[in-house]
Design a protein. Structure first.
Length: 154
């Protein structure tokens, strides 16, 4: 694990891959607040043969969730800025012109926006369980849940 200062805050990453010369892939976890680092290697071992994968405990998640953490700093724009700062750090320290960016679930929201805002920094963006319209998804989920409860007589 490595600590990196992002958005005036110490945040933590892991870097794993079979060949350090492989393309770099930054994985944005779901949540927010749902660290993936503890289980990443179990699920990413095949990807680690083709990529150097960076998992990041975003602010408020896992090791980046300290006792004095201020939840008010958890804005979408702050996550996008943290992602871009981490991208620049990785490009500089790993000597890459661009990297791959993968956003999973919640991570797909700041991921797609970071890729849109800074396209020159990313070779490609990959959306996994891409969030498209969170408010609409909430209403659709609530509607479906009410229907299930109604059918069960509750």
């Amino acid at each position: 694990m490595l600590s990196v200062e992002l958005g005036v805050m110490e945040q933590w990453i892991t870097v794993r891959g079979d060949d350090r010369n492989n393309p770099l892939l930054l994985w944005l976890h779901g949540g927010p607040g749902s660290s993936q680092m503890p289980v990443a290697h179990k699920y990413d071992s095949l990807l680690e043969k083709e990529f150097v994968i960076v998992h990041w405990d975003q602010r408020g998640a896992g090791k980046s969730n300290t006792r004095d953490f201020d939840e008010r700093t958890m804005s979408r724009n702050r996550f996008i800025q943290d992602c871009h700062e981490l991208t620049l750090y990785l490009k500089n320290t790993r000597h890459r012109e661009s990297i791959y960016l993968l956003g999973h679930s919640w991570g797909s929201q700041p991921g797609v926006l970071a890729a849109r805002r800074y396209p020159e920094d990313y070779r490609a963006y990959i959306g996994l369980s891409q969030v498209v319209d969170p408010l609409e998804a909430h209403f659709l989920g609530e509607e479906r849940l009410r229907e299930i409860l109604r059918l069960r007589g509750k």
